[in-house]
Design a protein around this ligand. Structure first.
Ligand SMILES: NC(=O)c1ccc[n+]([C@@H]2O[C@H](COP(=O)([O-])OP(=O)(O)OC[C@H]3O[C@@H](n4cnc5c(N)ncnc54)[C@H](O)[C@@H]3O)[C@@H](O)[C@H]2O)c1
Length: 499
């Protein structure tokens, strides 16, 4: 965890947003100008008038160095605090800088309503501010993470900042941080569990941060069973783990589901940390506290809600993921775009090459959608079911294919079929299905049921799915890109076009 710095011109909302961000992320908030004043025992205006700007900047640098020693915090900086190369280097090496920017009129309006003294802007506010923006324009624009705050509420901007940073704190089921970014220092843990494929590429790096014993599982869904769970319990025992221990799950959804379950049940519950290494794991499986394993009779039949203590998603893990797995995971990202993030959907529509090059953005946005939903409805009493978009038909198609289709490929087919149905019954706006189909195809995902696959078997499989009752099936159907609705359907045949 690192500091978060808020920077930008006067009036951009650094303090307001800083307070909100700190509250959302459960971090301390520091206003550097106030620290300077406290240290000096006089106001900044006073320092400027009596000792000049250089003396003020010296005090500012000293204050910055001091706060950097504190635990990770949200720090609002003065509007020129990073003009000094030394300060900028300090901030950028010890945290992430978010540059808040707004139109001149927005800044003016806010400053006119603000009672804080701003010595550099005293007298002729508009002209002074305009010239300050001109002078510092190139400097402000040189920061890689810029949020334009105009027309949005502070709450909306705080959320946008969190998505861009990849930092969230969840509290609806358990309380834990979600971090997207390069792995840095990890909290204490007693064991790392991973699978044989992930171990080859990433175990050494994780062990360089945390030198603990690994348990390496065989890879694949066919090992997501009681035998592996039992092997995990035994490994926990052999390594002397108790209820106060913690275990890291480093891997795809199979590893995180199983480690989460084994941790839920070992000595009535032990902590675990999720480090997802697949796109599906990041966008979906590692978030939300659902853990479990398969029985020969069906997938995920045994499980428990047991949220992790931390989710750390490092997009660099995805560089070693086989292409088909990555593409399959993209289906979940598209799904999250359709549910509530049209911008994410449009980014996905740029195709596979673009998304591969910008995978961190895709991961951050896709995770943010799931986080918002599970925070509102952690135990799937209502809207969490929206996450089933494409899954009712998708699961059935996956099953009928004899699992030759990857989960995401089947979900892609499911999303198109369900969207076409939604249009036929007037739930979805015209052309929604076509947009979905085009986006999936741009990502090399299939978008229609294979010709030879018997439709009746799909309908049968849909009715058998454990989450549905026999007569009606609850579908999450798209209304438009960015909006879905839960609809009870009795005529499953009509969905897949059997009649
Ligand atoms: N708990 C939930 O809410 C939830 C949600 C969705 C899916 N799931 C579960 O997730 C599972 C599917 O997850 P998955 O698609 O991640 O499958 P997976 O864990 O089997 O991983 C897919 C393959 O990629 C390999 N792999 C993983 N990361 C790699 C990396 N960085 N580099 C190279 N190879 C890598 C794995 O060894 C495996 O062979 C299913 O069991 C599903 O039930 C759970």
């Amino acid at each position: 965890m690192t500091h978060i710095f808020l920077y930008g011109p006067p009036g951009a909302g650094k303090s307001t947003l800083g307070n909100l961000l700190a509250r959302n992320l459960n971090l301390p908030f520091v206003d550097l100008d106030r620290v300077v004043e406290e240290n000096a025992g006089v106001t900044i205006q006073n320092i400027m008038e009596q000792r000049g700007e250089t003396a003020f900047r010296d005090l500012e640098t000293a204050a910055l160095k001091n706060v950097l020693h504190q635990s990770p915090s949200v720090i609002a900086l003065g509007g020129g605090a990073l003009l000094r190369d030394e300060n900028r280097a300090l901030a950028e090496s010890q945290g992430r800088v978010i540059l808040l920017m707004a139109e001149l009129d927005t800044l003016l309006q806010r400053l006119q309503n603000d009672s804080n003294e701003r010595p550099l802007l005293a007298g002729g506010l508009r002209d002074k501010l305009k010239s300050l923006l001109e002078k510092r324009g190139a400097h402000y624009r040189s920061f890689p993470l810029i949020i334009y705050v105009d027309g949005k509420t502070p709450e909306q901007n705080a959320y946008r900042a969190q998505v861009a940073l990849g930092r969230h704190r969840l509290s609806a089921m358990g309380e834990y941080d979600v971090i997207v970014g390069p792995v840095a220092s990890l909290p204490r843990a007693n064991l790392i569990v991973t699978d044989e494929n992930v171990a080859k590429f990433h175990l050494e790096k994780i062990q360089s941060f945390l030198n603990v014993q690994p348990v390496i599982l065989p890879a694949g869904e066919e090992h997501k069973n009681l035998e592996t769970i039992s092997a995990l319990w035994k490994a926990f025992l052999q390594n002397g783990l108790d209820r106060k221990s913690a275990v890291i799950a480093l891997g795809g959804g199979v590893v995180t589901d199983m480690v989460g379950f084994a941790a839920a049940t070992y000595m009535r519950g032990m902590d675990w940390i999720a480090m997802p290494t697949t796109l599906l794991g990041m966008a979906d499986a590692a978030l939300g506290g659902k853990t479990g394993f398969d029985l020969p009779e069906g997938k995920n039949l045994i499980g428990a809600f047991h949220p992790p203590k931390l989710v750390w998603a490092d997009p660099q893990f995805l560089s070693t993921l086989p292409e088909r797995e990555l593409v399959s995971g993209m289906a979940e990202a598209v799904k999250h775009g359709i549910i509530s993030d049209p911008e994410l959907f449009d980014l996905c529509a740029r195709g596979l090459d673009w998304t591969k090059e910008n995978i961190e953005t895709v991961v951050k946005r896709a995770m943010a959608v799931k986080i918002k939903i599970i925070e509102e409805d952690p135990y799937e009493k209502g809207f969490r079911a929206a996450l089933n978009l494409g899954h009712t038909v998708g699961h059935a198609v996956e099953l009928v294919s004899g699992f030759r289709l990857r989960h995401g490929e089947a979900v892609a087919i499911g999303m198109t079929v369900e969207a076409q149905y939604a249009e036929r019954i007037g739930v979805a706006k015209p052309s929604t299905a076509e947009r979905i189909r085009q986006t999936l195809e741009a990502l090399d995902l299939p978008a229609q049921i294979p010709r030879q696959m018997p439709r009746e078997k799909i309908v049968q499989a849909m009715r058998m799915d454990k989450k549905k009752n026999a007569r009606t099936i609850r579908f999450a159907l798209p209304v438009e890109i960015g909006k879905v609705e839960l609809v009870d359907v009795t005529d499953a045949e009509e969905v897949v076009g059997v009649r």
